[in-house]
Ligand binder design. Sequence first.
Ligand SMILES: [Zn+2]
Length: 249
Amino acid sequence: METLEYRTLCLTCLRPSKACFCACINPFDTNFAFRILMHPKEARKGHLGTGRLTNFALNNCQIIIGEDFDHNQEVQELLNSPNIFPMILYPGEESINLSSSKLETQSFENKTPLVFIIDGSWPCAKSMMRESKSLHSLPRISFDSTIESRFLIKHQPAKYCLSTIESTYILLGLLEQQGLENIGAAKDSMIKALDQLVKFHIKCASDPSMKHYDRKGGAYKDPSERKPSKKWEYREICFDEKNYSRQRI
Ligand SMILES: [Zn+2]
């Protein structure tokens, strides 16, 4: 008699239990609050995303799913709260580069600093920023990405594009260097979980006996063998209001 195989799902990362790496992570407290603005596409095919793992690592974090946050009540409440100092992690010419500049905390007054982190592919992130005008006036923070992404299974438009969990990890490190956070080694579990996740997917994709694994293209190519994406040679990866005109849609 045929036996039915049921897959149990981890309710934290929404991955099958076998592919769940939440156990690698030790959630930790932070002085800053975080909100992950997750694109609905990312929310649907979350098994390859790192937003939920990031959310799990940070005790003071929540995921808000959407595309146009001008009409999102939760986001609008945070933007208008007298107790919150909101910022957004997103590159741009006007952004405060934390790799080279100090974050001026006087402007926080007694408010809780809160960082919005966009979680979606780079084109999705760009459209989320474009559509959400209320996010345009927020102080932007960014950093110099000097490392290449360890998230080898995702093809990024440029070498410096990092996954959500890597970006958050680097941000936390920079905030620590500036004396604004004190997390220590606990945050390294984020990278450990990412490495395990990548290892798992590479193994599954190259194992022909894993017929349930939905990797259509077969085994993952070594990133050095991949051709750089042509379209990103002429398209802007990030949204910047002053470089943007409606005609370009
Ligand atoms: Zn999990």
